[in-house]
Design a protein around this ligand. Structure first.
Ligand code: SAH
Length: 255
């Protein structure tokens, strides 16, 4: 079933109106017919099951069949703090992180970042990254569009990350797997989880020291992962554990 995002004002009592670029997509690309079902999200966690009622050149009307259907969000909000990598790697991280259920992505300018973005360039990048997040959210049928935060410097980012219930920091020079084991236990006790990933150049000594003490610093094994691989690995593990804990909790609630 296809999914589309709408604004709240497009949602009526019994009918949802689709306008703009989605009209052409639904009519001429997907060639949908009256009666076909679609999933609609208000971008903020409310989902509807609808069926196509009428199609015109400017507007498509959908009948709401079921409101507030089960949403597709993870039980905990994951905030990904990503040291900005060069080239297209940030785009890869954003696309994959959105598929894996991230809640918000904060691009962080760190000491060993290879790219340095000035204010104007950073704004343009963030707008592009937000577009990538939107289309990944649509494709993966998310119930919300994860926000791409404006670029933060390390100090701002560290302070923001500490506001989460749990802060996980994969660090390339950390040894042993005990910390990683602990980090992934009882995840759903944490409503919000921050994950802080260094850029290609890694963490500067003073950066990791600023995070240590207030976060769980952990190793992802004996090999050095590229920054995008490290982010995707962390999010995959979190996604899997959170889904399992959720299913267990649902089963217990039913008993
Ligand atoms: N230039 C550094 C590697 C940086 S890798 C070096 O050669 O040592 C980029 C980021 O990915 C790291 O800062 C860390 O956050 C994460 N990362 C990569 N490999 C990791 C590992 N084995 N364990 C934990 N974190 C890792």
């Amino acid at each position: 079933m296809y999914q589309f995002f709408v604004e709240d004002e497009q949602i009526g009592a019994d009918v949802i109106s689709i306008t703009g670029a989605d009209v052409n997509h639904i009519r001429n690309v997907l060639r949908m017919k009256p009666g076909e079902q679609v999933r609609i999200s208000n971008q903020r966690g409310r989902d509807f099951l609808c069926s196509v009622a009428a199609l015109s050149e400017q507007e498509i009307l959908l009948n709401i069949e079921e409101r507030d259907i089960k949403n597709t969000e993870l039980a905990s909000k994951i905030y990904l703090f990503q040291g900005i990598p060069k080239g297209e790697r940030m785009e890869t991280v954003i696309e994959k992180a959105v598929e894996l259920g991230v809640y918000e992505i904060i691009p962080v300018a760190m000491k060993y970042c290879v790219v340095k973005l000035d204010e104007k360039k950073a704004q343009k990048k963030v707008a592009r990254w937000q577009e990538i997040a939107r289309s990944a959210a649509k494709q993966s049928k998310r119930s919300l569009i994860p926000q791409i935060h404006p670029v933060m410097n390390f100090r701002e980012a560290a302070a923001y990350a500490m506001q989460c219930d749990r802060c996980l920091v994969p660090y390339e020079n950390e040894a042993g797997m005990a910390a990683a084991k602990r980090a992934f236990e009882h995840l759903s006790d944490a409503g919000s989880i921050s994950v802080f990933i260094g850029p290609e150049g890694g963490f500067a000594g003073e950066e990791i020291e600023a995070l240590r003490g207030q976060s769980q610093v952990l190793s992802l094994g004996a090999r050095i992962l590229r920054t995008d691989t490290a982010a995707i690995t962390m999010l995959s593990l979190l996604m899997m554990k959170l889904e399992q804990e959720q299913e267990q909790a649902d089963a217990q609630a039913k008993e």
